[in-house]
Design a protein around this ligand. Structure first.
Ligand code: SAH
Length: 366
């Protein structure tokens, strides 16, 4: 990280440690990072000139070498049920989507981690867009900053965003370093101050990255399982061919080992006639029997061109009943934001796809 006049550094890209290093490199006290983060994340201020507890000289110096630039919101769609979907424009015509879902006891913000996705799950709209690139830290934390501003959240007042899930576009564990920094900023008291249990990363199962995640983060984990056997999961979630179910479960056990009260949330999309029988439910229950678990059933959300259909309501109820008979905490995710196509797997944004890349998790998570 260099702070030369030629390169204006976007301070949204820096977490607390980076910012302290940045100020030290300017010959300033690391404490400046605290002041700056309060302005950015507590006051919502991005104009150096307004930062009254910094000297005029420092403010001018910062303006010359740095910027605080969030990604640009180009469309704010509000659903009748109170959900929001924001279209956020990045470089060269690429757009990503961020969704807010209010419920009685909480408000969940769903953020994206990549432009498109390279994983090619057969039932997901984002997969059809192909993959362009990883989001920067600024583009990930900037989604939270923009949503918080547009919802009118105040640090010391009512806050509508109480939970954040990395369940938007992209596979977060394929953008490891940036995702970890951004989630640190979500949890940092000087950032958005959201408790670690209320920040959840959802993954299709990039096994080596799961082991690394445990070393550097304490965020909650949701895993897109969607099938109780390798044959079916290979078809629905192709990364399973590289990291089959047994390896994925071992990594999940390890992630919560020696962490009392932590559990894995399993996401399971219910697709008519594909993975929604009572046999599938029994096999799923057997698979996760010895892992502290919660199951999130997601009725399949259709999108143009898909060959799949949502399971009928009765099939969903039967599936859930089998899991509950096995003492598994199970909820069926309500479909929200239907009128604005904001539901799981419907986020498509606008991706200038570079085509479907082969998956190289080890290389691209570094
Ligand atoms: N790549 C990560 C993050 C995406 S999270 C992951 O796979 O977990 C989005 C969640 O919505 C995942 O559980 C995904 O499997 C699910 N999903 C994708 N397409 C869907 C669809 N059409 N209907 C319902 N859920 C879907």
């Amino acid at each position: 990280m260099t702070a030369t006049p030629a390169a204006r550094i976007n301070l949204f890209d820096l977490d607390r440690r980076d910012l302290e290093g940045f100020f030290t490199s300017l010959g300033e006290k690391p404490f400046r990072a605290v002041q700056l983060m309060k302005w950015i994340y507590h006051e919502g201020i991005t104009d150096f000139a307004a930062m009254s507890n910094l000297s005029k000289v420092l403010r001018e110096r910062l303006a010359a070498i740095a910027e605080i630039r969030p990604p640009e919101v180009v469309l704010d769609q509000a659903s009748q049920d109170g959900s929001h979907k924001w279209l956020i424009r990045l470089d060269s015509g690429n757009c990503i989507e961020t969704v807010f879902i209010p419920e009685t006891d909480r408000g969940t913000l769903c953020v994206s981690s990549q432009i498109g996705c390279p994983l090619d799950c057969s039932f997901c709209a984002t997969a059809q867009q192909g993959f362009n690139r990883n989001l920067s830290v600024a583009e990930i934390i900037g989604q939270v900053w923009q949503a918080s501003r547009l919802l009118g959240d105040r640090r010391n007042g009512d806050r509508r965003i109480t939970n954040i899930v990395l369940m938007g576009m992209g596979e977060p564990l394929l953008n490891f370093a940036n995702v970890v920094k951004a989630t640190d900023l979500m949890q940092d008291d000087l950032g958005f101050g959201i408790s670690k249990r209320r920040v959840t990363l959802s993954t299709a199962g990039v096994v080596p990255a799961l082991y690394r995640l445990r070393e550097v983060s304490e965020i909650s984990l949701a895993v897109s399982l969607h099938a109780p056997n390798d044959e079916l999961r290979n078809e629905l979630v192709p990364i399973n061919r590289k990291y089959p179910i047994a390896e994925l479960l071992a990594a999940c056990r390890h992630y919560i080992a020696d962490k009392p009260h932590r559990r894995i949330t399993w996401e399971y999309v219910l697709i008519d006639g594909v993975n929604d029988s009572e046999q599938h439910a029994r096999a799923l229950a057997a698979l996760i029997r010895d892992i502290p678990s919660k199951v999130n059933l997601i009725p399949f959300n259709p999108f143009p061109g898909t060959r799949y259909r949502r399971s009928p309501t009765e099939a969903i109820a039967r599936f859930q009943a089998v899991l509950m008979a096995h003492d598994l905490t199970t909820v069926t995710r309500k479909t929200r934001g239907d009128d604005i196509a904001a539901a799981c797997g419907q986020l498509a944004g606008q991706v200038q796809a570079r085509g479907h890349r082969p998956v190289h998790p080890l290389r691209s998570t570094s």
